[in-house]
Write a protein that binds this ligand. Structure first.
Ligand code: NAD
Length: 260
């Protein structure tokens, strides 16, 4: 379905981004992988994805908290490939702290990566998408883009902002073949969440398994994690012709979290 399309998935060296990259490659899309990690492991990942799915896989190491690096990456992709067709703004970080003691540099980093980077990639990707009159922009927001929890102010500000950015871009592209939507996952068991489970286990003096169940029990009625594979398939749907008129949506996939 996506043969001939080039997809940039930010933060795709692990977790949700990798799940989405795999699902897009399974549909034939060529990939631009981005994110941090050990260079030899990233090279292995690139080769593995290319061999498994018969697609081209490029790697961009840009630190997306720096707008100049984003501009340079997007310019390189424009020059080398004529731009990208599918943009998945996924790279994100979390920081947990009461607001009075929230470190200012952490606030700035969370907003820069989880929100501003999507503005920069989108503004750079849109001219090429408009020229081809086709594009898919998918912003990975969160249940925390719809509702809040204590001590996650920066993350929630960024993720609610991501929902607003999504709607604005969807309206500006409404009469084109470009769509822009947000996906709002609940808990997904990735490195980002494992850190929170470990902190909870250490703080309460309980096992990681008990901490995992407590985390789910608090928010996610299904008591099951959402998986990167399920998120990948949702992204594939949003790239399909069936989703041509899904525009500006904030699509929950959260085990019932925000139904409460
Ligand atoms: P993860 O930590 O497994 O992956 C994050 C990715 O971002 C990695 O590839 C990492 O290298 C990359 N990254 C980090 N800093 C970067 C930077 N400055 N520049 C470029 N890349 C950078 O996390 P994840 O859980 O897969 O999260 C992916 C996205 O999904 C995030 O936006 C997160 O907020 C969102 N999300 C996660 C959950 C969850 O439960 N895990 C739930 C809702 C939303």
């Amino acid at each position: 379905m996506l043969k001939g399309k080039l997809a940039l998935v930010t933060g795709s060296t692990s977790g949700i981004g990798l799940g989405i990259a795999r699902a897009l490659a399974r549909q034939g899309a060529d990939l631009v992988v981005n994110g941090f990690g050990d260079p030899s492991e990233i090279a292995q990942l690139q080769a593995g994805l290319a061999a498994e799915h018969g697609v081209k896989v490029f790697y961009e190491s840009a630190d997306l908290t720096r707008s100049a690096e984003i501009d340079a990456m997007m310019a390189r992709l424009g020059k080398a490939h004529g731009g990208i067709d599918i943009l998945v703004n996924n790279a994100g970080i979390q920081y947990v702290s009461p607001i009075e003691s929230f470190p200012i540099e952490r606030w700035d980093a969370v907003i820069a990566l989880n929100l501003s980077s999507a503005f920069h990639t989108t503004r750079c990707a849109l001219p090429g998408m408009r020229a081809r009159n086709w594009g898919r922009i998918i912003n990975i927001a969160s249940a925390h883009g719809l509702v809040a929890s204590a001590e996650k102010a920066a993350y929630e500000a960024a993720k609610h902002g991501s929902g607003g950015l999504t709607k604005g871009v969807a309206l500006e592209t409404a009469r084109t073949g470009i769509t822009c939507n947000a996906i709002c996952p609940g808990w997904v068991l990735t490195a980002l969440v494992q850190k929170q489970i470990d902190a909870r286990a250490a703080q309460a003096g309980i096992s990681p398994e008990a901490a995992r169940l407590a985390l789910l029990g608090e928010k996610q009625p299904s008591l099951e994690f959402v998986t990167p594979e399920q998120l990948g398939e949702l992204a594939v749907f949003l790239c399909s012709p069936a989703a041509d008129q899904v525009r500006g949506a904030a699509w929950s996939i959260d085990g019932g979290w925000t139904a409460q």
